[in-house]
Write a protein that binds this ligand. Structure first.
Ligand code: PEP
Ligand code: CO
Length: 447
């Protein structure tokens, strides 16, 4: 069947809301399709070129951000802190690990959530599940949980203003490497981590001073005081994605202009379903999450559909199997994909296979398991002679207490202090930094 931006509507589709008022939905779709794109196709082509290097073992992809962005907790400060923590991690990986880092946020559009159950029960009351602010409300009330298409318009405008601020931070001086000592988020509370970061800042400052003495500085070299942060989200809510999918006037190709990169979740990656069909028609780089039940055949068939030309840098497989399970299937998958000569950028999502419920009913992740899955991911690649090209994280620049362990030593009983996520537990800024140092150490083995 030929592809068009609305041809997904003929396919089986999972994880979609049922809107009570279809004419209201149609009006929103029409409105959205007249609004300006959030990104430009030329930027997507740049990202694809950068991702090519990550497939070839010359660069590393750092993708991270909220599990779900929220309308209620929307503040400039949290965007700024997220920006800083991503930058800080990227510097650690570049300077200590020795690889250039491609930065992609789960931001400016990460609103729609797949759910394992259509309903949620609290104290004997059953309501439809929360599906992300772009669909319905987080509040546990009957009216909040009704899907409302107007939320797509709100999500669009929030994404636009987030994007605006990110672009300003990237170009306006905040990303200047000479200012790295100011990126400190102010709550590193573990001495060894603090010491490692201080040493890195010191060494980097010396390197910059040396370069300045050689005539290379922020005045004549933009890469010293500017950066690029690309955006991404799960392309789950297809009416929204369709409305923002446009033909690029330069190439004549279709681009999903809601973000630079889109991914398909573990629950919606069925080969013959709507999500895979929809994303097979756009030029953006595409991610697909694969869980512990995935096989080499699944990955090869996804590659055939989503990247039939076997372009380098087009397809990102995001492995989220769990620290204890990744060893069961990943080695064979890597072997078979390598044998077929299929180009894939392999990322590790060490979050989604390690989610547990505590006895006091918090959804959490043990930080040690997160570290372990990343370590296993790197070791498996080393053994198979393949390249671990990226990492995909749920994190925040705030000092929340959502994952247990780490520099803050969050415990089950202190989770309640700052448990702020509307969906899955995120790494706080300390945990993210600690993980960045681990990745830097692991990357050195691939030099
Ligand atoms: C997510 O990334 O928030 C998510 C739902 O992931 P997965 O599809 O891997 O479960
Ligand atoms: Co999540």
């Amino acid at each position: 069947m030929t592809w068009n931006r609305d041809s997904w509507r003929k396919y089986n589709i999972k994880q979609q809301p049922t809107y009570p008022n279809l004419s209201e939905l149609n009006a929103v779709e029409e409105k959205l399709s007249t609004l300006p794109p959030l990104i430009f196709a030329g930027e997507v082509r740049n990202l694809k070129q950068e991702l090519e290097k990550a497939v070839l073992g010359k660069s590393f992809l750092l993708q991270g951000g909220d599990c779900a962005e929220s309308f209620l907790n929307y503040r400039a400060d949290s965007i700024k802190n997220m920006f800083k923590v991503i930058l800080q991690m990227a510097i650690v990986m570049t300077f200590a690990g020795g690889f250039p880092v491609i930065k992609v946020g789960r931001i400016a559009g990460q609103f729609a959530k797949p759910r394992s159950s259509d309903f949620e029960e609290i104290d004997g009351v059953t309501l439809p599940s929360y599906r992300g602010d772009i669909i319905n409300g987080f509040e546990f009330s009957e009216s909040a949980r009704v899907p409302n298409p107007q939320r797509m318009i709100d999500a669009y405008y929030q994404s636009a203003s987030t994007m605006n601020l990110l672009r300003a931070f990237s170009r306006g001086g905040l990303a200047n490497l000479n200012e790295i000592h100011r990126w400190n988020l102010g709550f590193i509370n573990r001495a060894d981590l603090d010491e490692r970061l201080n040493k890195l800042v010191h060494d980097l400052t010396e390197a910059l001073n040396f370069m300045d003495a050689c005539g290379i500085n922020s005045k004549n070299t933009p890469s010293i005081n500017e950066t690029v942060l690309y955006t991404s989200h799960e392309a789950l809510l297809l009416p929204y994605e369709e409305a923002l999918t446009r033909v690029d006037s330069i190439s004549g190709d279709w681009y999903d202009c809601s973000a630079h990169m889109l991914w398909i979740g573990e629950r919606t990656r069925e080969l013959e379903d709507a999500h895979v069909h929809f994303l097979s028609g756009v030029k953006n780089p595409i991610g697909v999450k694969v869980g512990p039940t995935a096989s080499a055949d699944d990955v090869l068939r996804l590659a055939e559909k989503l990247n039939p030309q076997n372009e380098i840098g087009k397809l990102n497989i995001i492995v989220r199997m769990g620290a204890d399970k990744i060893g069961d299937r990943l080695p064979q998958i890597l072997r078979d994909v390598k044998k077929e000569g299929v180009h894939i950028l392999w990322s590790s999502d060490p979050m989604h296979g390690n989610t547990v419920k505590t006895s006091n009913n918090y959804k959490t992740r043990e930080f040690d398991k997160v570290l372990k899955e990343v370590q296993n991911f790197f070791e498996i690649h080393k053994a198979e002679g393949t390249y671990p090209g990226g990492i995909h994280l749920e994190m925040t620049g705030e000092d929340v207490t959502e994952c247990t362990g780490g520099a803050f030593n969050v415990t089950e009983s202190t989770l309640a202090k700052r448990y702020e996520t509307q969906c899955d537990p995120r790494l706080n800024a300390n945990q993210a930094l600690e993980l960045a140092f681990l990745v830097a150490d692991l990357l050195k083995n691939f030099k």
